[in-house]
Design a protein around this ligand. Structure first.
Ligand SMILES: CC(C)(COP(=O)(O)OP(=O)(O)OC[C@H]1O[C@@H](n2cnc3c(N)ncnc32)[C@H](O)[C@@H]1OP(=O)(O)O)[C@@H](O)C(=O)NCCC(=O)NCCS
Length: 177
């Protein structure tokens, strides 16, 4: 992780502060650096340099949303549209010290409200339960619970997408027509 500062601070004050002051807006070019620091705060979830580089490119090139609390950006997602009917969440993260405060939920709710009206599905790919995370108490099991709580269901475990250590699971949320 050379060169990546792990910053878990800023949000760790109180849940009340987080709950009271939050806003979601579109991702801007000048958000990219803070998105990099959010990724750096999650060394387990973003443990592969290639993934971090892909995410860094996405926050500089794709559409997205950021969520702020206390006036500071604390989370983001990026997305791209497919076939005019689906929106794929390509990357999503909430700063380590800010998680479990509803910020991820706020990002998903705002995405649902802002996608093109013809969008019928939200799609996300994450790490499958078939890929063990030995000794990890805060890993992708929590991420999968989050997406389920956000209305996504796992639909497919495509073989060969990533590598032998990392099995992908595709999760989908149908939107009202
Ligand atoms: C996944 C992530 C974006 C969710 O954002 P968040 O702000 O922490 O999520 P919320 O606070 O809105 O969580 C809503 C609910 O989802 C569930 N949930 C979220 N994270 C969870 C976890 N780690 N373990 C268990 N349940 C979890 C809970 O039911 C939670 O409600 P509760 O806190 O009242 O119990 C964020 O935790 C994160 O950045 N994780 C690491 C990076 C990552 O996995 N990115 C996605 C890659 S596909």
């Amino acid at each position: 992780m050379a060169g990546w500062r792990v910053d878990r601070g800023r949000c760790s004050d109180t849940a009340d502060r987080l709950a009271g002051e939050r806003s979601v807006r579109p991702l801007r070019a000048d958000d990219a650096a803070v998105c990099d620091t959010i990724v750096a705060s999650l060394p387990h979830h973003f443990g592969e340099a290639g993934g971090r580089a892909d995410c860094a490119r996405a926050v500089r090139s794709q559409a997205g949303l950021v969520v702020s609390t206390g006036g500071e950006v604390a989370g983001f997602l990026t997305w791209r549209a497919w076939y005019g009917t689906s929106v794929e969440i390509t990357w999503m993260a909430v700063r380590a010290g800010c998680r479990r405060s509803g910020l991820g939920t706020a990002l998903i709710q705002s995405l649902v409200a802002s996608v093109p009206p013809e969008t019928r599905y939200l799609v996300v790919t994450t790490l499958s339960a078939a890929s063990p995370e030995p000794g990890v108490s805060d890993g992708y099991a929590g991420t999968r619970i989050f997406y389920r709580r956000s209305g996504f269901e796992p639909i497919w475990e495509p073989a060969g997408w990533w590598n032998e250590r990392n099995q992908a699971v595709v999760m989908v949320r149908a939107l009202p027509g």
